[in-house]
Design a protein around this ligand. Sequence first.
Ligand code: AMP
Ligand code: ZN
Length: 513
Amino acid sequence: MSDQFRLYNTLTRQVEPLVPVQERHLRFYACGPTVYSYAHIGNFRSFLTADLILRTARAIGWKTTYVTNITDVGHLTDDDTVDPSGEDRMTRALRSKEGQRFANVWDLARHYTGALLEDWQTLNLIEPDVRPRATEHVREQIRTIEALLSQGAAYETPQGVYFSVAQYAGYGKLSGNLAAEALEQAVRNVVLDEEKRDPRDFALWKKDSEHLMQWHSPWGWGFPGWHIECSVMAQAYLGETIDLHTGGEDLIFPHHECEIAQAESLSGRPFANHWVHTRFLQVEGQKMSKRHGNFHTVRDLVAGRRVNPLALRLALISGQYRKPFNFTFATLRDSERHLERWRNTASEVERTAKANVAGKDNLGTSLEEIYGHMLAAMLDDLNTPLAIAYALDGAKLIRSRLNSMSRASADSALQFLDRINDLLGIVSFGPVVGTNTLDPIDTTSGAPPTDNGDLMVGNPFAKKVEALIAARNAARQARNFERADQLRDELLALNVEIRDTPEGTTWQRKSQI
Ligand code: AMP
Ligand code: ZN
């Protein structure tokens, strides 16, 4: 199997092999969310790119060390400009109508961090090895700023400490903003500190004794700049040179350009060898925004509209990360159908396997070949549409053989479904075989498990549904059909459809899309 993993590198502007410094051990950092509100599906499309890189690297036997942060201070409202002005996003959120329900900015950060972790699980993303918070790494950031100052790469003004761009020759190499002229032009209007030496210089530390989140530093009370957080946390956990750094396309400039400048000025070595950026997602052909009424958080869709979380995941990865991506409800409906296909295939194969029919395995080789194509697609700059097409082909082939399937072929089929799940995370939460026994609820109804995305450990909705099903089954056994019908109506009111099968009762949420 080829283990050449090719990805577009923003730094070199070409698709090229990802080459870990330590052979077959990928160490990478993905820019995480700013936790001032619930994450939206655009944020998650970027996080999913990192997730797919992780899964693909593991599929070819690489070891991975994956760090993704939580930005809980320092990301200002105008951070798309090189030296931003504006409020800290956390502070602004606290002042908003929704923010007013929190006692302070720390509670707000805690709430949205918790929500992020839930959404992360909901969309079946692999947990990182480390998820550092910027507020827990301020000491390291201060030390790095001190080192930059003593090296002459930074200077202090009454308002803050700035990185001096003029002394770093590589500034602009990632974003292509090479012409200092153009850059200066672009930032001229936003320069607020008259004592800055060069309009391109950006803040490493902002002096502000009024700020809601502040730390004591050699330069007085204040808070770190957003760019210094990420390069410091990446290097703290992964070393001076990392293999890969990822984020959404908006981060190329200034965030990642500034990260490179800080890190490389200090170490004199490359900061990240490979840079991968996810193209922004649009919704129904328009920029996603509250104003257009097309702004979707993960929880709006999953909890509000009852979208199956795995179908949402599938929809979000259905377009290659580097191509313009238009999220539509039609795609979401297609994804629900595809998901259904894999799941039905899995449960039918499991049934066939139980029948234990003797015979040869006449499926394994073809499925192995299909999986090989799928993996090759992922290794070719994460070609997810092609990989998904192969995963559907595999399911089709399996279904065409269900009638006369031997135990050996059934085992190959289940293995195939497991492997596509490992690679894309779209069939179930965890391994396909026996997936759905995650929760003790299965034993209460005596029903075969139904993996509809609700069966995550401790999911209160699933618990409620399973309890109602158990009560209904008990009523039916007691021949109290009136009560049983009442309970079925209660389930329907929860938007849950049930099916009585010879093996027991299965259930599914009715999607509202
Ligand atoms: P933020 O919470 O704003 O710091 O963003 C977290 C991540 O989501 C960053 O990598 C952003 O680049 C990315 N991101 C934000 N909006 C979108 C979008 N519409 N499509 C794809 N990625 C996005
Ligand atoms: Zn970052």
